[in-house]
Every structure is written in C-alpha cells, then in structure tokens.
Design a protein around this ligand. Structure first.
Ligand code: SAH
Ligand code: SF4
Length: 368
C-alpha cells in the first residue's frame, strides 16, 4: 500500500506542481507544501492547516512524506555526527554532519555503495547495490535538520551540503539533479549554489550536463597527476583520462564565471606524494581556476595504503603554494567514529558482477 503512494520529499518544485495539477489542483499548492515540508519540517499532512481538510485527506491517500529511518547515531569527540540510515534489504547508508564555527556542513550519500572501485576508498571496496532515489537524498538533509533541532525561525544549522558521502553522485545523475533542485529552491532548503558541492571521480559527460543544469560548486577527485597512476587509483580514468577530465573542468569553471574547481588529492604514502607528483600536479593546474584540497589518507581495515607523514603533507602543500596554487589541507574530522573521508562503509550487499577496477562496466548507462 505504502509503495503505491508518491513520496513528495523527492520531487522538485516543478515535479510537485505537476503532481498537484494531476490531482486537479492549482500549481501554487507545491509551494505551500514545500513550506511545510522544508521550513516546518512536517512529515504529516494533518498539520498543514492552510490546506483544506478534503485535500489533506486526498493527499494522505495518494502521497506520503517518507523520511529514511535512523539505525544508529555516532557522536565524535570533535562533535562530528554520523547517522547510519536504514535502506531496504538490511542495507545502510551514512550521513555525516561536521560543525565548524561559521558553518555546518552535511556530507550526504548518493548511492548504496559505489561501483567506481577507487583503490583507497572503503565505500568502493564495499561494492555497489543501488542508486538512492531523490527522496533518500533529500531525506538525509531533512533528517539532519530535525535531529539537529532546526527551528523555522532560527538560524540555519546545515549551511552547506557536500555530495562526498557514499557513492558517485554523477553515476546517479537522474536522482541527484532533482535533489539538488530542492536544496537550492527558496521553498526547499534555500541554499546558494556556492554552498552545494558535488564531488566526482570524473564522469565527464555528466559533468557537462551538471554545469548546464545545476551549476553548483564542483570538486573533482584527481589523486594523481599522470594517467598511469590515476588508472590504478581511480579506474574511471581509463575511460576519461586526465586531459579530457581537465578540459571538462575548465569548461565548467567558465560557466560559473571563473569560480574555482576544487581538486581533491588523497595523499598516499610513497604512492602519489613525491616531489615529482607535485611538480606534475602544479603543471596541470597552475594559471587555471583551480584550488587543491590535500586529504591525508584515512585508513580502514584491509587497506594496503598508508597515510603520508604530516611533514610530507605540509611539504606538498608548500610546494603547490609556491607554484601559486591555492592549496589547503583537509582537517580530519570524526575519525574516531569512522566518519572521515573515505571511511564510510554503511552496509552494502554488493550486486556487481564486475567492479570498475577489474573490468569496465557501463557506468554511463546507469546514469541516464
Ligand atoms: N564519489 C565521489 C564523492 C565521495 S568520496 C568522489 O570520489 O569524489 C569524497 C572524497 O573522499 C573523494 O575525494 C574521495 O576520493 C575521498 N576519499 C575516498 N577514500 C578516502 C580515504 N580512505 N581517505 C581519504 N579520502 C578518501
Ligand atoms: Fe566511489 Fe568516490 Fe569511493 Fe571512488 S572515492 S569508490 S568514486 S565513493
């Protein structure tokens, strides 16, 4: 029964307007409903007192506002919080809230697992089960607001959203875009395009579409400055090598009036942290709208990689800075609860016959 009802949480304003028109109602109902769902955090039609009782009853028959169920909450010493959210079939995804003095960043998941099989990523090692639907994605933000005690007239608690949790967001393009529309909509979460960041391992065709359709901030997981190494670390590189990826980045930046692309670079001891690696990286990025975010590798059980020593991390940063490239080191947050970058594993029943690293599978086909 519940499955036949439409989950309104996943619909963009346009989608919601179409839904109401389909019910023989005026499109403005969409804004009314979004106000209730996103400003007041309502998940029950009964409280929506400016909507007639008859319409509320009709809504309850054909629709629902269904949010993910929390399986567990972990609270780190540094106040980072990680929720594990139940998905179907006993699986789970993870959402992480990172409070900082001037902002609150929510790191959300886009897939149950990930098919991209990057060598140093705990999510990738879990394999892939399915794409999240838009309601699962929007639901993570909705839930965090509720759990963090957001009040309709209070300050925003979640000020930034980053697609840096489990999954490759651009391999789930069709669900990620409506979710982004809700994040940006004034009647949704009302975030500016600068405060929503999609992080991708480099799915070039979808990067082009994202630039046209959403124009949010972009982070690209580069991790290596030559194709031979990147082929090993980030297997999608075999399909879209560095030169092609960077061309797409510069086009993306142009569309965003020259705003910088963030290049994420996980520092792996002795693998990609040598001076020659930094020299190559600087050559690729200097005089471009690029900034680099160096990420000290976060280990997880079973990995063969090691984190570069702090002194090496700093040396890499200083080298890039000297070359005139804006460079920061990502501070590790929540590592005592496995909430740091690349440690999110959730619970995934792998359904893939082949991982990308072993054999190229059709990722773009899944994205359409
Ligand atoms: N799939 C997307 C977004 C999720 S991963 C992507 O790859 O960009 C978010 C970031 O964490 C990426 O830059 C990813 O490469 C990085 N990451 C993955 N595993 C990591 C690890 N073990 N330690 C540190 N960062 C890691
Ligand atoms: Fe997937 Fe990103 Fe992990 Fe690569 S780093 S396996 S793309 S989640």
């Amino acid at each position: 029964m519940s499955d036949a009802r439409v989950n309104l949480l996943g619909l963009s304003r346009e989608g919601l307007e179409e839904f109401f028109v389909g019910l023989g109602e005026k499109p403005f109902r969409a804004r009314q409903l979004m106000g209730w769902m996103y400003r007041f955090g309502a998940d029950d039609f009964a409280v929506m007192t400016d909507i007639s009782k008859a319409l509320r009853e009709k809504l309850a028959q054909v629709a629902e506002i269904r949010v993910p169920v929390i399986r567990s909450l972990h609270h780190a010493a540094d106040d980072t919080r990680k929720w594990m959210l139940s998905m179907d079939g006993g699986q789970a995804i993870e959402t992480v809230f990172i409070p900082e003095p001037a902002r609150g960043t929510l790191c959300i998941s886009s897939q149950v697992g990930c098919a991209m099989d990057c060598a140093f990523c705990a999510t990738g090692k879990q394999g892939f089960n399915r794409n999240l639907v838009a309601a699962d994605i929007v639901g993570q933000v909705w839930l965090a607001n509720r759990e963090l005690g957001y009040q309709p007239d209070g300050d925003r608690i979640v000020t930034n959203v980053v697609f840096m949790g489990m999954g490759e967001p651009l391999a789930n393009y069709r669900n990620v875009v409506p979710a982004i529309q809700v994040l940006l909509d004034d009647y949704g979460f009302g975030l500016s395009r600068r405060r929503v960041t999609v992080s991708t391992s480099g799915l070039v065709p979808q990067m082009e579409r994202l630039g046209e359709e959403c124009n949010v901030a972009l982070a690209v997981s580069l991790h290596a400055a030559d194709d031979a190494l990147r082929d090993e670390l980030v297997p999608i590189n075999r399909r879209h090598p560095i030169a092609e990826l960077l061309e797409a980045c510069w086009r993306y930046a142009e569309r965003r009036a020259g705003r910088h692309i963030t290049f994420e670079y996980v520092l792996l001891d002795g693998v990609n942290d040598r001076e020659e690696d930094m020299r190559r990286l600087a050559k690729l990025l200097s005089h471009r709208p690029a900034k680099v975010n160096l990420i000290p590798f976060n280990p997880f059980p079973g990995t063969e990689f090691k984190r570069s020593p702090d002194a090496v991390v700093e040396r890499c940063r200083d080298f890039l800075l000297r070359k005139g490239i804006r460079t920061t080191i990502r501070r590790t947050r929540g590592d005592d609860i496995d909430a740091a970058c690349g440690q999110l594993a959730g619970q995934v029943n792998d359904r893939m016959r082949y991982r990308l690293g072993t054999k190229l599978v059709s990722v773009s086909a899944r994205a359409s």
